[in-house]
Design a protein around this ligand. Sequence first.
Ligand code: FAD
Length: 477
Amino acid sequence: MQKCVAVLGGGISGLSACYYLSKTSNVSKVVLLEATGRFGGWINTTRREDGAVFEHGPRGVRPAGAVGRNTLNMLSDLGLEREILPVPHDHVASKNRFLYVNGELHKLPSSISGVVKTVPPFSRPIILSVMKEVLVRKGKQEDESVHSFVSRRLGSELADIAMDCLCRGVFAGDSRKLSVRSCFPPLHRAEQDWGSVLLGMLFGGEKAGTGGTSALAQRAKAESWAQWSLTDGMQTLPDALQEALRGRERVEIHHSAPVRSLSYTAGGWEIKQEDGATLKADHVISALPASVLASLLPPAARSLSHQLCEINSVSVGVVNLEYEGSVLPVTGFGHLIPSSEDRGLLGIVYDSVLFPQHNRRGEPTTRMTVMMGGAWFEETLGGPDEVKVEVLLDRAVQAVRSHLNITSSPVWSKAAVLKNCIPQYHLGHWKRLEAMRRYISDHALPLTLTGASFDGVSVNDVIFSGRTAAEGLVGKI
Ligand code: FAD
């Protein structure tokens, strides 16, 4: 039996690791240490008194797949069923997604008829690229950039526009640097197992999941949800986890408790905190960003620190805007902008279409979020520590004006730089992970790496990684 487990970092992955550990009696104590004054990490919601809700981090979670079901099972366990705001596949926000190319908005095809004819910005029907894909030979590389993979299999136009945009929308990253194997494992697996993305998607099926399926997960399937949020915003999830953990025996959770250094002897870990306090633990689950963990590890683990430092993160400028009235010229999820159009502007989410329940009470309003920077932050906006929020706000309002022809001024706004908020799984990420985990096992270090830096950045992925970390210690939960 493990005695004391320290979980470092109170983002959603650290909270989840604690939550799963708290369900077993195989540990005598679990202590969570979070640096800031609140739990949730990048999950961060502003709730205004007039009922308006603004997300500064994640805003929608997909219910699909084993990891999607796992999160819904957790929500159900936490009693959050009534808080769910589902967005089904036939919702306008699921059907209408736009790209901003050559100074115009283009709706992405969302039906068969859309893929069999030529739909701008593409110069030929998408179905032609997809059919030809089946004949493309399997690549020989162990890993490849997303751009190179899609170029090779589906043609340069889909790589330059569609995949470039998707990588900017999900990772705020550069498709020419991101690894297909680590960022889009189903694409990589489909080619490996079936020799084709199309065949893999059609016949590959889903990997077996863990745990049962709650009534909530069954409802998501029956009602064909594309994504969901929560009535008072995503922050409700870490809040509920925190509340559940506070009531559990053997669990201590502390915010405003930054970790300053870690040292390890045969007797276990010594975790020094900023205020001078020391915690002793038999095992550490790190739910910290990779570079933060690297800075805390002892000099003896230098080679592990070096590998951790190779996992970079990018910063994103996030600007929430609220306009009086219904001012959008189109309805849908939002639009993404390829790097060839504007390197610094990543995309605009039409939040009030996606979750109108988050609009303020009373007269109609339009809420949007403009995302900028990412892998192009320094080049287009300057250093994340230096850029002024007024510059971000101005850039965002200009983008809304020129892309959507909205000439009025926002009645409310909030702009912020989210520094190093999205880890980048560059080419060879899987090899770095293998090397780090091999180091940990070869040196018998009681350390588990979890969270967004390693095995997936989505909310579902990091919750699942928290679960995997806990199960790695105590067995199936
Ligand atoms: P973090 O949230 O980074 O948590 C790490 C925690 O460690 C933080 O709380 C930090 O304060 C703490 N910490 C740091 N240093 C120390 C220290 N020395 N001691 C103690 N604690 C420390 N995902 C989706 O699924 N859907 C979306 O729509 C979506 N949109 C996103 C939009 C944005 C703008 C961003 C940034 C991310 C988005 N994501 C989305 C991704 C997802 O939100 C994140 O990957 C996820 O929240 C990361 O959780 P985490 O717990 O792994 O890391």
